[in-house]
Ligand binder design. Sequence first.
Ligand code: ADP
Ligand code: MG
Length: 641
Amino acid sequence: MPIFISRGAYADVPSKIHILKPDLANKIAAGEVVQRPASVVKELIENALDAGATTIHIIVRDAGRTWIQVLDDGEGLSHEDALLAFERHATSKIASAQDLESIRTLGFRGEALASIAAVSQVEMKTRQRTDEIGTFLRIEGNELKENTKAAAEPGTSITVKNLFYNTPGRRNFLKTRNTELKNITDVVTRMAIVYPQVTWHYLSDEDVLLDLKPKPAGERMRDLFGAKQFESLLHVREQIDSFSLEGYIGRPDFARKSRSDQFLFINRRFILNRAINHAVFQAYEHLMIKGMFPFYALDITLDPQKVDVNVHPSKMEVKFENESAIYRFVLSSVRKTLGAHDVVPNLSFRQPETLEQVEERLRFTSPGRDVPSPWTMPAKGPGHTPAQPDVSLQVNLDQLFGRVESRITTGPGERDGEATFPSPDAVHPPLPVNRVVQHMPIRPAGEHESPGETRAIWQIHNKYILSQVRTGLLIIDQHVAHERILYEKVLANFENSLPTTQQLLFPHTVQLSAGDYSLVKELSESLTRIGFDLKLFGKNTVVIEGIPADVRIGNEMKILQEVLDEFKEGEPNRTIDARDTLAKSFACKAAVKAGDKLNTTEMIVLIDQLFATQMPYVCPHGRPVMVKIPLEELDRRFGRT
Ligand code: ADP
Ligand code: MG
């Protein structure tokens, strides 16, 4: 309860406490709402959406430092309301304490415009559809400088000039132009995700960064993130009792190294919440490589009474009535979606985009997304896929597995202009596991004979393994598959189990360069854990007495040097995690190579071991291990459907 005391009888007693002058109080309060240009953009967009806008223009100059304008076609304001809107705690959105319990609008605190006006020069032009004439206001540091009737389109336009002109401290704390612009772009992107029915037009200096037509939610995702990213997304839609969840999650093999593509919304309000973020992450457990983060854009809908959004002036934090229930709901929904989809990358024979299509898409894609350059596309695209089956079934396998550097990118394509979601059935290891050979090391054929297994499995060109699976044909790159297996094995060795070493009959003395010698010294404990048995003899001489059991015969003498060379290649990452780099280097060098012939048993062991790894779909360097040609794709190509 606030206590109001009149100084009355004590008026003559000198006091050290005084009430702050309104403009100073406003500046202080503004600091909580307006931290940077992006916060202004966020508040203005929220107001436009609350006013029922269907088209929103955002124009910034100098990353918002000198100019931020948000223009909407919403309900507008009367002359009186326009003046009131800039008062602190002036809002049309709530009236009683009860209203605060169930907020359905994005704004409710009535302080955004007052805060913005306290630290900038603001102009507002607004007109209600029913009014004949509109209002123009100019306010500087909370002082009304101009107040006139003006001709205006229905809706509201607010321009914020010279943000923080009167609070140099704030102004000096702004980050670089790029960072501030990225923050603004993030704000617009988030809003555009959950308001797909709104037209968005976003201009920075002279660049159109977003130009989004109203679309169904899925197509909006494609417009924002590009066709390639969109194809890696799975649609989530779940509902229990009082909550529902809808949105998109990324397939695990398309994970990113940063958390920047994670969007969480509650009732279409972007929020930051560690618990729910963790729930999503938890659902990906074992599907994701360490240090990688899934893409997601998820909107939780729940009764506004069950969530408090009035935790912080920025309205990005919330408190749930029952957080653990939401946590479990999100975890199980995401798990269910991942489980229902085959997370092996699908191979479908798409036509490359035409140059026009690429240009069109790039125009609508925000900067900084990794979209291929139009110059990597063939000059003349064949246009859209014809409706009838194609006459040939051609695919460049090497290119698909990233084995060759190709100038023709087949990646971002659309099939008949519609989304292709992977089939909702999981891939299983090809056939029952042969336990006897489970722990046999994988070596090129000839070293041990196959026990004569027969199952639908072939090696082609001594580098790819083909295997029939329930839902189609699986193509596995033998080298990267083995790499994945060895990598996880080495990591496990680092953690606990003892390595298996094959002792050499004739220890081998090698002379290393001074640099390599000290590297061996530095890594000696890790090398031992991998299975090397090395003696350091000084003068850059190392005696190899044993090598890891997984090393291929014929490679014993070269392997140490190869691993060291590979390790040095990965040098930049070394300081972050030397052991991980070493594990990758070893896995890469010890794995079977393209060109190594494998017999059936070896292929079976390889596949079984691969599916026993935590992340069979990508190699430690991020290359795909397998792709699948779904049966439907084959049927489609042969005109069977
Ligand atoms: P809040 O959004 O929390 O109510 P603001 O300071 O952001 O507080 O806005 C104050 C009021 O001004 C709003 O409640 C709304 O009535 C009005 N207003 C602000 N922006 C717009 C707009 N773009 N269109 C119509 N009305 C607006
Ligand atoms: Mg507001």
